[in-house]
Design a protein around this ligand. Sequence first.
Ligand SMILES: C[S@@+](CC[C@H](N)C(=O)[O-])C[C@H]1O[C@@H](n2cnc3c(N)ncnc32)[C@H](O)[C@@H]1O
Length: 457
Amino acid sequence: MELMASFIYPQAILFPQVSLAKNFSYGQYPQMQILKYMGNKRRLLNWLVPLLEEYLDLGDTVLDLFAGTSSIGYAMKPKARIIANDIQGYSAVISRALLQFNEQIRENDFNDTLSKYYDKNLDQLTDIFGKAIEDEQRLVNKGSFDEYKKFFLKIPIYGRGVTSDEYKLAPYFSKQFIDKRRVAKKSFPYLLFAIYYSNTFFSLKQCAEIDSLRYAIDQISDKDKQALYLSCLMFAMSKAVNSSGHFAEYLNQNSLSAQDLLLKQRAISIVSEFQNKLLDFGNVYLQKRWENKVYNYDYKDLVKQMAKDGEINGVKLIYIDPPYTNAQYSRFYHIPETLVRYDYPTLTLDRAKTTPVKGGYRDDRYQSSFSHTSKVEEAFQEMFGIISSSTDATLAISYSDNSLLKPVDKLIEIASQYYEIIDKKNGYNHSAQGSRFKHNGRGNHIVNEYLLICKRK
Ligand SMILES: C[S@@+](CC[C@H](N)C(=O)[O-])C[C@H]1O[C@@H](n2cnc3c(N)ncnc32)[C@H](O)[C@@H]1O
């Protein structure tokens, strides 16, 4: 039996072109940021991965049940086979890119594969939005927020209409137009983002770039490569979005610094950021050693299905990293979800039921019980019950004291009804902003991260 702990990490073979300074900034494990993701484990890899590897032999299967941005799977894939799952569609796309794509990206990849389709869609959007985009770009470059603000009033905002339709765009924002698109989602030209998110989360030009890249990506038949391109596009969007990197709400511009930030964010070119990220992928060799898999299910359905068809018997370790806080991922990342689905979603309305809420959330978004104060305890009970009756795999559970179920001993108490807790690691402290927790004297609070290792009784 070949023990993982004594296995020499095969970076030289698997990631031969990696520039250490760029891609290994937090240590020895490979990582690739796609989204600024709440609760992601990229900064904890040096602490977490060796602890997980203690329970594995080379090539064993790890099931990452709440994979998010697959930081754990990507770091572990040189030594373990990974099955990743998450309920969010964008997560499955990221996992697919990081765990299943098995080629190298060439330097001229964008020009060779995407640019002609990108140009085709952009040309059509220029016919519709060209004059408005031209005026918008002139004002963004001029750097005068007051003038730019006046321009806002001439562009319709989806669900809210327009003050003065100087550019004659209102028909594209109408119910009739959207209803038609809902039955023929992939009609040409692609323009969902230009309708739903221009002048709020992104500029009109950025939306036209996103739509045109999305169109180009859909013309590629290789699904793993599509996932890689979509991941690059999510990365570009998270750089340009007018917020602090997530998509819960766009910022209000009621301070000079917010106005300045808005103009800077509006000046970001989506297509350049996309190409830069593609080149980043070109610098790492994404070779996989085993047939990794990616699922997009509620974890309960997946575990039951895997138990039914026997797939779960091949799993040695289940890594469990559920949501910790009351922030719903479907709210913070609804725009990547819509990018992936590209389905002209119905949006949640405000209390008066007349206008979409400011964040423009999908009405069908999934609400996790792990993020509900009144449901979280029951959610853990249910989870331990389902998993323990489906498999005798070891569980490794990430949790922190910055979490809804408090104290961590409560989690241990629930787990102990089904499992023997064979290890509890609290090796990692870091600071996070906020005032609800223990202060470290610098306006931050100290968060303790835990890893519980559970063996079935
Ligand atoms: C703390 S994050 C995981 C972060 C991940 N380890 C990383 O490094 O990016 C929790 C994840 O659980 C997912 N999730 C929430 N409820 C779920 C459910 N019932 N089934 C599957 N995934 C779920 C969320 O979409 C989110 O991506």
